[in-house]
Design a protein around this ligand. Structure first.
Ligand SMILES: *Cc1c(COP(=O)(O)O)cnc(C)c1O
Ligand SMILES: [Zn+2]
Length: 466
């Protein structure tokens, strides 16, 4: 049995009892339209008694399964048998403690950690989910896989297609919204890249229709198998903390797949008795794409045990349409106004006693410069986590003694345009890329020093500046 017979797909709505096997390809409940979860009859799988069990797997790194930072936790993501697993060695990511970024956030020494997901093979946390979605797609014999993307999902999909030759990648992107680092990956890996006239929310709507009509496997984070892989980010955080649960997980929010997956990871660990408490969750929106913040913090939308008043969201989306308001932020990876995993994220926020905040492009870019000055590069969206943690420290929600984990979702080189514009001395360049977004200054710019091509002048400049 390639797909585990104790794994199934089920509707997340407590008032709907739709359940189906994992061999079906679905991205929503056929009965009520809600999102689907992967569920397990854990009594029929092999769950370790303690998380320490996974330490034994370190000595089996010669097996691709246990080398992967996702699949070495296979017992907690057991929907497919090990021989079916698709891995390219993803998930070799580190949790690193940093006091220089910690002091910027306002933490006491030793309390701030960065989970560096940009170290994945395609340069973002998306590989965690793509490895799992691919494993599922392969198990059901899919030949084509599609996604809409602000860039990193497409880079990841294109990489898995190229590396495994199991499927053809079809990528939908909005026009002009994708950073060059990411676009270059999709093209270089050989994916069919369809640039549609519209933004990400438009691309997302179209790819769902096209996948349905052509029977193509959709691997956006509405695909519930993606989120199974993304649970492993939390397993690695716990592993690095020697199985101690931190106080806070702070994560940027775009389509809300990560935050949803983190909530599911902890819900399962708790119900399996593998952790005794759960961290609090902070989801950070960009101010220019702040749907979750608006709905959760301002309009009071709550999961409510599954009985969320979704009228609040529909009403808000109508308002956005009437005003013609589109998402707008330099953090392109989270430039999303209609997060597809909204309901799962509300559930995670309830379970993890979560909060939502928004940060400006200015705050993100300043935080990004501080992160890099601490030796950790990331792309603009990732820095929302650190900027958000700083805001929550300022507000006294996070205490300086808390143990805080910020997720750095994507690599520094994904979006060099924003980084170079931030550090530039060229005011026109700054205005073009950042000023148009309301960024006023580069508070921590490291400017290049211009010198004549003359040994004496060069020596003088070096002595002056170092
Ligand atoms: C996709 C992405 C996000 C947003 O994650 P969601 O799970 O969609 O909320 C944030 N940062 C980066 C770098 C991303 O690629
Ligand atoms: Zn349903």
């Amino acid at each position: 049995m390639p797909l585990a017979d104790f794994a199934f797909q089920k509707c997340i709505s407590p008032t709907c009892d739709f359940v189906c096997g994992c061999e079906e390809v679905r991205v929503s409940c056929p009965t009520c339209g809600d999102l689907l979860d992967i569920g397990y009859d854990w009594s029929r799988s092999q769950v370790p008694k303690s998380l320490k069990y996974f330490e034994e797997m370190w000595s089996r790194r010669y097996e691709p399964l246990r080398f992967s930072g996702i699949w070495r936790f296979h017992e907690l993501i057991p929907f497919a048998s090990p021989d079916l697993v698709v891995t390219v060695g993803e998930g070799q990511t580190l949790l690193q403690q940093t006091d220089s970024v910690g002091s910027y956030v306002g933490m006491k020494p030793g309390r701030l950690h960065l989970q560096y997901e940009g170290m994945n093979p395609s340069g973002s946390f998306k590989d965690n989910g793509m490895s799992a979605a691919f494993t599922h797609a392969r198990a059901i014999g899919a030949r084509r896989a599609a996604c809409a993307s602000t860039g990193n999902t497409s880079a990841s999909l294109a990489m898995y297609c190229a590396a495994t030759k199991l499927m053809k990648a079809i990528i939908f992107i909005g026009s002009g919204k994708i950073s060059y680092g990411k676009l270059s990956q999709a093209l270089d890996y050989g994916a069919l890249t369809v640039q549609i006239a519209g933004d990400f929310d438009d691309a997302m709507a179209r790819v769902q229709e096209v996948s349905r009509d052509l029977g193509i496997c959709l691997v956006n984070s509405v695909n519930p198998f993606r989120l199974e892989g993304q649970k492993s980010v939390m397993f690695r955080v716990l592993e690095a903390l020697r199985w101690e649960v931190p106080d806070w997980i702070v994560v940027p929010g775009g389509n809300l797949g990560n935050s949803s997956a983190f909530g599911k990871a902890f819900a399962e660990l708790k119900s399996l008795g593998l952790v005794d408490r759960v961290p609090r969750l902070a989801v950070i929106n960009a101010a220019g794409a702040d749907t979750l913040y608006e709905l959760f913090e301002r309009r009071g939308l709550r999961w409510n045990g599954g009985h969320a008043n979704m009228e609040i969201a529909h009403h808000y989306y109508n308002e956005l349409d009437q005003l013609g308001r589109k998402a707008n932020t330099i953090a392109s990876a989270i430039e999303i106004n209609r997060p597809v995993n909204l309901r799962k994220c509300l559930r995670a926020l309830e379970f993890m006693d979560g909060v939502v905040r928004q940060v400006s492009d200015q705050e993100m870019l300043d935080a990004k410069a501080k992160i890099a000055a601490g030796g950790f590069g990331c792309e603009p969206a990732s820095a929302a986590s650190v900027a958000g943690a700083r805001l929550l420290r300022d507000q006294g929600v996070i205490s300086p003694d808390d143990r805080v984990v910020c997720i750095l979702t994507g690599h520094q080189l994904k979006d060099p345009t924003a980084t170079v514009a931030y550090h530039t001395t060229d005011q026109d360049k700054f205005n073009e890329v950042l000023g148009s977004r309301g960024v006023k200054r580069a508070s921590f710019a490291n400017r290049a020093v211009a010198v004549p091509n003359d040994l004496g002048e060069i020596v003088k400049a070096i002595q002056l500046y170092s």
